[in-house]
Design a protein around this ligand. Structure first.
Ligand SMILES: [Zn+2]
Length: 143
């Protein structure tokens, strides 16, 4: 009886997890965080603060992006939180992690803007997901 209950609990957790059916969407990034999907359909991409900043980075305009997330409604797609890596640039069919790099401080972030250390503008740095150093520096590594 106990094993049956345990199994039931596990099954329930699995079902809950499966309900968050993540989808992958590819298309060309346009202004105002719009993704032009193949066929000409435009989808509005949403996300957390960091993701929204990436979506509004003019350096990414016109590039092919892959967004991982779920549909908010028929025309809006909610991208996974930035730490879940929901956004990639697709180059030669391969998704690359979007990161920002400060050469002066060797600090990597997931969001565009000024370096948290030296206040210089960070450089867009697309990285192979297989590379080890795609993660931003842990918060305690900075001053
Ligand atoms: Zn810096």
């Amino acid at each position: 009886m106990l094993t049956r209950r345990l199994f039931g609990g596990l099954l329930c957790a699995t079902t809950l997890f499966a309900q968050r059916a993540l989808e992958r969407l590819r298309g060309t990034l346009k202004k105002s965080a719009r993704l032009a999907a193949p066929g000409g359909r435009e989808i509005i991409l949403e996300g957390d603060t960091e993701t929204s900043a990436v979506l509004r980075d003019s350096r990414l305009l016109g590039l092919e992006l892959e967004a991982v997330g779920e549909w908010a409604d028929a025309g809006r797609f909610r991208v996974e939180p930035v730490h879940e890596r929901g956004l990639f640039v697709v180059r030669n069919g391969k998704p690359l992690v979007i990161t920002y790099w400060c050469e002066v401080c060797s600090i990597r972030t997931y969001s565009p803007g000024k370096c948290m250390c030296c206040q210089e503008e960070t450089q867009l740095d697309l990285r192979d997901p297989a590379a080890r150093d795609t993660d931003p520096a842990p918060p305690n590594a900075t001053k």
